[in-house]
Each structure stands twice: as structure tokens, then as C-alpha cells.
Design a protein around this ligand. Structure first.
Ligand code: PLP
Length: 431
């Protein structure tokens, strides 16, 4: 099996023209709704907060991502990473689609169970668990969980000796946006000792897990991780454990999915026979592109253009920033791109004469008093935007709302308007 050749040549199944078409239609639907909702607000008369930022969430996009997953990684059962976006409608759809859940805390377990699923569809994928949460997991029958150190094994022995354990191993995540391996994962040297200790403690190790890092760039990280997992499977069998599942973690994203899944599929085929169950913990992949955020311009300051002081430039202040839904700029190293949604200027962007609008240079800021609260240092946008106008940002579904704060008294719980651009999702959710 020559894994070095481009897997894109082997697996290039993104759903074809049909999905491309429905994505375009979906975008129109989302835009219509964003505009309609924004146009309802009269900033000169509305109640405090009625102009707050809001989301439009397209459950049809989540559904399309699921179909794309099944086409490319049919052997791998997704356990959706709740941390990424614990939106109740997303969780409901995941449950309806038959997916499992990757939970990292008691409240994530509670949210997953509230969808009505069986606890066997949850993996408590946090190698360093809070004792009281572990007792809760036992109470509600969430048996599958990860570990990566000896102390955790003693803790599990004392609290939940019947748990089904996955040894999380280290990966090379040096190309990923959010590295995880400096915090979690047993090295290949330590893995046999942990397996030995688990055996002595009469604990049940049922699998191996890894995570190549969130926002990973190098798909070969999957190959190396799968090879290492194979070695650990063999060591575990020698020690007397009966492993049946490999958990390949998260790290997938919309843009590179076919490439990554191509490498992963080939590696799995090479190193793991069909008798081994394969699960994954995708987060970002499922939801990033499904959520679009609209935010209101609450203030504007006219300044000389820092690059050419003879020209005007503008500082726009939005009612959402890095302490809110743009927390992904800080925690997830993202660069959300502003686009004009609604402008009170005579020539509206998007209208037939909008081509005549000249671009102006803007910097875009959040509403708090902190200087770190900047969304975009410099961006050119059409027309002269002003207080009361609306901007929108696509791809805001992953690691955004879930890590928002209430700093300065701003909301951390913005309205989400749900739609479905796919009949499959509408049927599952009764939309
Ligand atoms: N599983 C674990 C253990 C994680 O820590 C994370 C993200 O931090 C995920 C899954 C989800 O990763 P992603 O959103 O890249 O798919």
C-alpha cells in the first residue's frame, strides 16, 4: 500500500455537483434570513439589546457534512465533540443522525444525555478527570473514557473500576492550529508501563485514542498516529488486554477533509482489520460552516489612514468582539472576515449599483473597553458604513459562542435562528 501518493486521487468524493448546488442555494437562504432579521431592528427606537449580534444556523449544512463524512469515512463512527459547539439543536441533530458524543465535563455529559441517547454513545474523552464528575459518569452509566497517566488509573480504580478505558497516546501535532500534545497523551515509552499498571489494577483497557491537534495542517500526522496506535494495540494484547476500538480523535476541517480522510482511510485499511471498531471525535468539521454571525455597527470614528495619512479611514465598533463570539480569534487563532450585510447608505452593497461603491479602509473593534478587543486590524469594504449598519461573518460555528464571556456586561448568549437547507435535516428535526 503506497500511502505516499496523493490520496485525493483515490478519494475525491465531496458530494459532487448536487452538494455544490445545494450549498449555493443554502447561502441564499441564510443571506435572506440575516437581512430580514437585521432589517427589523430600528436602532433609533429599539429596546436595549434588540440590536444584539445574532446567528443564523443552517442545520442542512451540518447534515451535508455528515453525508460527506459517511461517503469518505464510512468505517469511522463520529462521536461529536460537544465542546466545539454545544448548541442544543446541533446536539439534537447529532443524536438523530446516530452519532455518539465526546464529552469533557459533567455538564457536557448532561447535555448529551438530554438528547435521549443511551450512555454507551458517550465517551468521556478527558484524560485528567474531576473526581466528582467521574462519580457522576458512573452514576449515569458513561463507561467509556480516556486516560494517559498512572495517577488517573489509580483514580479510576478507586472510583469507577468497571470503566472501559482508552489509552490516549501522544501525536506529532506541530502543524496544528491548536496543539494538544503538550498537555495530553502518553509517549510511546510510557504506554507499555501504563498498560502493565492497568493490568495489575485489573482495569479494562478497550482501546487506544489520539488527537492530531485541532486545525491540523499535515494529513501525514494521521498516518504516524495510526502506526503508533497499532504498536500499542499489539503491546496491549501481549500484556493480556482485549482491545476492540481505535479512537482517531478530531482535527478534521471543512477545507481539507477529503485530503485528511484519504490519508486516514488508507492508514486504517493498512493497519487495522475490519474487526476493529473505529470511532472519531470531530468537532469543527461538523459545525464551523453552519453558523453565520451578524453584528451591528454601534459606533464609528473617522481617522487618517495609517498607511496613507492623506486619506480617510474608519474605525468601526461592533456590538460583539473577542470577549464574545469572536473568542475564536484568541482561543482558536481564527481570522473572521467581515462582509457588509445591510447599510443605510443610498447604494446598498448587493444592489445593482453597488458595483459603483468605492472601497473604504476600516479597522473593526469589539464593544469592550479593552484594546485587545479587535476583530480586524484592516479591511477594505464597499461604501461608507455608519452606526446602525450590519456586518456578517461566515464560518462562525466552531469554538465561538461556547467560549464567549460576559466581560463588561455584554451578553454571552446571542440569539440563534435555525433553518435547514436540506430536506433530510428538516425531516429529522421536524422543521
Ligand atoms: N477530542 C478532543 C479530546 C479534543 O480536545 C478536541 C478539541 O480540542 C476535539 C476532540 C475536537 O477537535 P476538532 O474540533 O479539531 O475536531
Amino acid at each position: 500500500n503506497d500511502i505516499s501518493r496523493d490520496p485525493l486521487a483515490v478519494v475525491n468524493n465531496h458530494g459532487g455537483d448536487e452538494f455544490l448546488q445545494s450549498r449555493l442555494t443554502a447561502k441564499d437562504l441564510v443571506m435572506d434570513l440575516l437581512k430580514k432579521r437585521a432589517a427589523e431592528v430600528d436602532v433609533d427606537r429599539c429596546e436595549a439589546g434588540e440590536e444584539d449580534a445574532f446567528y443564523v444556523a443552517d442545520m442542512g449544512e451540518v447534515y451535508r457534512q455528515h453525508m460527506r463524512w459517511k461517503m469518505n469515512l464510512g468505517r469511522v463512527k463520529p462521536f461529536y465533540a460537544v465542546k466545539c459547539n454545544p448548541d442544543p439543536e446541533v446536539l439534537r441533530l447529532m443524536a438523530q443522525l446516530g452519532n455518539g458524543f465526546d464529552c469533557a465535563s459533567k455538564s457536557e455529559i448532561v447535555m448529551a444525555l438530554q438528547t435521549g441517547i443511551d450512555p454507551s454513545r458517550i465517551i468521556y474523552a478527558q484524560p485528567c478527570k474531576t473526581k466528582s464528575y467521574l462519580r457522576y459518569a458512573k452514576e449515569v452509566g458513561v463507561k467509556q473514557m480516556t486516560f494517559d497517566n498512572a495517577d488517573e488509573l489509580y483514580k479510576i480504580k478507586a472510583t469507577f473500576p468497571d470503566a472501559e478505558l482508552y489509552l490516549r497516546i501522544l501525536t506529532d501535532d506541530s502543524t496544528s492550529l491548536c496543539r494538544l500534545s503538550m498537555k495530553f497523551g502518553a509517549s510511546m515509552d510510557v504506554a507499555p508501563q501504563l498498560l502493565d499498571l492497568a493490568r495489575q489494577l485489573e482495569l479494562k483497557v478497550v482501546g487506544v485514542s489520539f488527537h492530531v491537534g485541532s486545525g491540523a495542517e499535515d494529513p501525514r500526522a494521521f498516518l504516524k498516529a495510526v502506526q503508533d496506535a497499532r504498536l500499542v494495540f499489539d503491546q496491549a494484547t501481549e500484556i493480556g488486554h482485549e482491545l476492540h476500538t481505535l479512537d482517531v480523535g478530531g482535527g478534521f476541517c471543512h477545507e481539507t477533509f477529503e485530503k485528511f480522510s484519504g490519508y486516514l482511510s488508507e492508514a486504517l485499511e493498512t493497519y487495522f482489520p475490519p474487526s476493529v471498531r473505529i470511532i472519531a471525535e470531530p468537532g469543527r468539521y461538523y459545525v464551523a460552516s453552519a453558523f453565520t454571525l451578524a453584528a451591528n455597527v454601534i459606533a464609528r470614528r473617522d481617522v487618517p489612514d495609517p498607511l496613507d495619512p492623506s486619506r480617510d479611514a474608519y474605525m468601526l465598533y461592533l456590538n460583539d468582539g473577542v470577549y464574545g463570539n469572536f473568542s475564536n480569534i484568541i482561543f482558536d487563532h481564527q481570522h473572521p472576515i467581515a462582509q457588509v450585510l445591510l447599510s443605510a447608505a443610498d447604494s446598498q452593497p448587493g444592489s445593482p449599483d453597488s458595483a459603483n461603491l468605492e472601497n473604504n479602509s476600516y479597522s473593526i473593534w469589539g464593544p469592550t473597553c479593552d484594546g485587545i478587543d479587535v476583530i480586524s486590524e484592516r479591511i477594505d469594504l464597499p461604501g461608507l458604513l455608519n452606526t446602525g449598519d450590519w456586518l456578517y461573518f461566515e464560518d462562525m460555528g466552531a469554538y465561538t459562542k461556547c467560549s464567549a464571556t460576559r466581560f463588561n456586561g455584554f451578553s454571552d448568549n446571542h440569539e440563534v435562528i435555525y433553518i435547514s437547507s436540506e430536506t433530510g435535516a428538516s425531516a429529522l428535526l421536524n422543521y
